[in-house]
Write a protein that binds this ligand. Structure first.
Ligand SMILES: [Zn+2]
Ligand SMILES: [Zn+2]
Length: 215
């Protein structure tokens, strides 16, 4: 632990580099430090570019809507509320484009510099308030990225793609089939003139033998 307190980086921001110019940064001076003080916060903020997992993510600059309540507590500020986040991607089953809005609840304590919580926790355990400012972006990023599905689907009952022709099954008639003969029996079927639409073609154990006898 350093003997002297670290300089407060945000205490005297230079013009043009004010943290409050970042829309993800919350200026806490209005809330104040009196325990129990409350502030409602609602704002729309552009998403950064890298909130995504393999098949789905938040479009860069997409409008993230914050509905938050800031509550001053002894050790810091408790942030609770919801983020509305636009997501775009493709269905893991049928590859159709997906566009949706996720509503994600958050609740997080940000510790004041010099508070007992700050001194008894690691920086990756409890988020920090820097000077008079609180940065919501890392919280939002963690919340969003952990909520993104690894296998997003266009609908819960998406049937995926036809394994034979690659078309989307939900766009095809319900009785869509290809009547493909088991390749192990294809030669036999051809030799004995079994039509591919012959209902027996799919059970060559019996049809093959029958055909042999008939011929
Ligand atoms: Zn799908
Ligand atoms: Zn097909």
């Amino acid at each position: 632990m350093p003997a002297a307190p670290a300089p407060r980086r945000d205490a005297a921001p230079s013009p043009g580099r004010r943290p409050s110019a970042n829309p993800w940064t919350i200026d806490l001076r209005e809330l104040g430090r009196r325990a129990g003080a409350l502030q409602e916060l609602e704002r729309t903020v552009p998403a950064p570019a890298d909130w995504r997992v393999e098949l789905i993510g938040v479009p860069a600059g997409g409008e993230v809507h914050l509905r938050l309540r800031l509550e001053s507590v002894m050790e810091g500020v408790l942030v609770s509320g919801e983020f509305d986040v636009p997501v775009e991607g493709s269905c893991a089953r049928c590859l159709e484009p997906i566009a949706d809005t996720l509503t994600l609840p958050v609740q997080e304590l940000y510790a004041y510099e010099g508070s007992a919580t700050e001194e008894t926790s690691e920086e990756d355990e409890v988020r920090r308030i820097e000077g008079d400012f609180l940065d919501l972006e890392p919280l939002a990023r963690d919340t969003v990225v952990l909520s993104l599905p690894l296998s997003p689907v266009c609908s819960e009952d998406c049937s995926g793609l036809c394994v034979d022709c690659g078309l989307r099954l939900d766009d095809l008639p319900e009785d869509h089939t290809h009547e493909i003969t088991d390749p192990r029996w294809a030669g036999l079927a051809e030799r004995f003139g079994i039509s591919e639409t012959d209902p027996h073609a799919s059970s060559p154990d019996t049809s093959g033998d029958d055909t042999t006898k008939e011929n």
